[in-house]
Design a protein around this ligand. Structure first.
Ligand code: NAP
Length: 246
């Protein structure tokens, strides 16, 4: 069997209803996984696309503004792959940034990532299985960004947590890695793309010469979910059209 096959594996993707999460869910299904598409809204469209392409998927609704909300999903579910993709961003000058915008972003982007990963790992270890965690980090896991203080703090946190969990769990059969997407055309970056000056500034420094598409991220997630990456753990893989090399 191909080292990139996910046949016989079950994956859970958070934020699978749109954007990068949707593309990842579809790619995991193409690689053979049964995919549980989790989101605060229905992921029916993602499930439809997967099943029409001959794959297996189901949806579950979970609102990660409660960082413990996904914990009950793992008990007895036999999930082998967890993709922590759900994330939000709030923009304002740091002089004006509110506690509500700080807490909302940290809860979804960082606290939920930790407690969802903990629930996943507990279940994998209890059944004596192996597992793969793929976190979605950001260029702002490495760079500072502008007017997004809680987002930058949360994504630096995701990179750190990826390494910490890799240190604790790799020897126990769970690899933990992250993908740092570049500038990808999704809802998350709509405000940037609507600002002609910022959009042009960003495009001008992407070596690939174009914004990324959600599909550009998806196959890297397959790699980090598949046996091909069994000796890869604690890595943050930049999928950014060359941005960080600039
Ligand atoms: P997106 O289209 O806004 O997708 C974000 C996903 O997270 C959506 O499915 C969203 O659901 C879900 N989500 C948000 N809050 C949630 C909650 N409380 N409970 C459950 N799900 C929730 O943006 P995206 O670009 O695909 O973002 C996916 C990930 O990539 C995020 O972690 C983001 O930070 C990261 N990322 C994106 C870029 C980029 O350039 N686009 C770059 C670096 C990193 P709703 O549809 O209901 O909002």
């Amino acid at each position: 069997m191909s080292a990139f096959s996910l046949s016989g594996r079950t994956a859970l993707v958070t934020g699978a209803n749109t954007g990068i999460g949707q593309a990842i869910a579809e790619a995991l299904a193409r690689a053979g996984a049964r995919v549980i598409c989790a989101g605060r809204r229905s992921s029916a469209e993602t499930v439809r696309r997967i099943t029409e392409a001959g794959g297996r998927a189901e949806e579950v609704q979970v609102d990660l503004s409660d960082p413990m909300a996904a914990v009950p999903l793992f008990e007895g579910a036999g999930i082998d792959v967890l993709v922590n993709n759900a994330g939000i961003i709030r923009r304002a000058d740091s002089t004006d940034f509110t506690e509500a915008d700080w807490d909302a972003v940290m809860d979804v982007n960082l606290k939920a990532v930790f407690f969802t990963s903990q629930a996943f790992a507990r279940e994998v270890l209890a059944r004596g299985g192996t597992g793969k965690i793929v976190n979605i980090a950001s260029l702002l896991s490495f760079q500072g960004g502008i007017r997004v203080p809680s987002y930058t703090a949360s994504k630096h946190g995701v990179a750190g947590l990826t390494k910490l969990l890799a240190n604790e769990w790799t020897a126990r059969g769970i690899t933990v890695n992250a993908i740092a997407p570049g500038y990808i055309a999704t809802n998350n970056t709509e405000a940037l793309r609507d600002d002609p000056v910022r959009a042009q500034e960003i495009l001008g420094r992407i070596p690939a010469g174009r914004w990324g598409r959600a599909e550009d991220i998806a196959e890297s997630a397959v790699y980090l979910a598949a046996p091909a990456s069994d000796y890869v753990s604690g890595a943050v893989l930049n999928v950014d059209g060359g941005w960080l090399a600039r």
